[in-house]
Design a binder for this molecule. Structure first.
Ligand code: GDP
Ligand code: K
Ligand code: MG
Length: 296
């Protein structure tokens, strides 16, 4: 492998509940060793799993709150949905033999307008009756502008390899987004930092989240508790004040939200300390970027 043929990108998995997204992820990921799977929430995506290979890195994620009923969707602001579609390299739209487009017409329209290549995956074909797959395929291809249709059975691992191939064909040449070694060595830290980052995105307005970076300085697991020390880096001291908030209230709120999320995620009691530090203009500083895990 040479550096300049390595492929990497984001695959956004979209589909109604119970069409088999998790089962499919387990199949895609379970066959490979160098993989971390997780339910961690990130700012724009919820990372479901990452497949690492010498030649590529595929980051699978779904879009939080995407396929809720319409009123929820509007409440959750369509911009958010739009954004997470736009920064995907490939969209995997998963459905099965039984689902319809009811309640997700808006989302489908967004997908069709996004300009991102869509792979239409029709799952559970092990249950197909005569002509059913043909009918279902026709139904969905009239609704989703897909580059290709991939009928699969996730439970029987039928045709799932083709999904990987179709993704790789469309993945850009790019260095890995997440440090491969670090992911296999210390996935916990990675997910802990993503959880803190998500809470920052949820609690502060525009500029602040993009100016912050989170580093997990300590991750110490004991029998009944995990002790985590998170450093939130901002670019300027004025931002530090905003993050901390009046009387420390804002920082405390993020800390509590992150802790509760981590307890769910790690299944253990968490002791979380958060500190805010200024790393002046870290976004412009190569060494600092590297330190935060952006290696390119
Ligand atoms: P998700 O909500 O989209 O993540 O769906 P899940 O992966 O949790 O699957 C929902 C249900 O569909 C589970 O009972 C799975 O066992 C079942 N399921 C998933 N894939 C298949 C498949 O290929 N064939 C059949 N018959 N059932 C499947
Ligand atoms: K489910
Ligand atoms: Mg699921």
């Amino acid at each position: 492998m040479t550096e300049n043929t390595h492929k990497a990108g984001f695959v956004n998995i979209i589909g109604k509940p119970n069409v088999g997204k998790s089962t499919l992820m387990n199949v895609l990921i379970g066959e490979r060793l160098s993989i971390i799977s997780s339910k961690a929430q990130t700012t724009r995506h919820r990372i479901m799993g990452i497949i690492n290979d010498d030649h590529y890195q595929i980051v699978f994620s779904d879009t939080p709150g995407m396929l809720k009923p319409k009123y929820e969707l509007h409440k959750n602001m369509m911009g958010f949905v739009h954004m997470s579609l736009e920064d995907a390299d490939v969209i995997l739209f998963v459905t099965d033999l039984f689902e319809t487009d009811e309640e997700i017409e808006d989302v489908i329209e967004k997908i069709n307008q996004s300009g991102v290549p869509v792979l239409l995956v029709i799952n559970k074909i092990d249950l197909s009756k005569e002509n059913q797959l043909e009918e279902v395929t026709q139904y969905w291809t009239q609704r989703i502008k897909a580059e290709t249709v991939i009928p699969i059975s996730a439970t029987e691992s039928f045709n799932t390899e083709r999904i990987l191939q179709e993704i790789l064909d469309r993945l850009p040449v790019h260095p890995p987004f997440y440090n491969k070694d670090e992911l296999t060595d210390k996935p916990e830290r990675f997910f802990a930092s993503e959880i803190v980052r998500e809470k920052i995105f949820l609690n502060y307005k525009k500029e602040i989240p993009y100016s912050t970076q989170v580093e997990i300085e300590d991750f110490y697991e004991e029998e009944n508790i995990i002790r985590i020390r998170a450093i939130i880096y901002v670019e300027r001291s004025s931002q530090k004040g905003i993050i901390i908030g009046e009387g420390g209230k804002a920082l405390k709120r993020i800390g509590t939200q992150a802790r509760l999320e981590m307890e769910k995620f790690f299944g253990k009691k968490i002791f979380l300390e958060t500190y805010v530090k200024v790393a002046e203009d870290w976004r412009k500083d190569k060494n600092k970027l590297r330190r935060f895990g952006y290696d390119q």
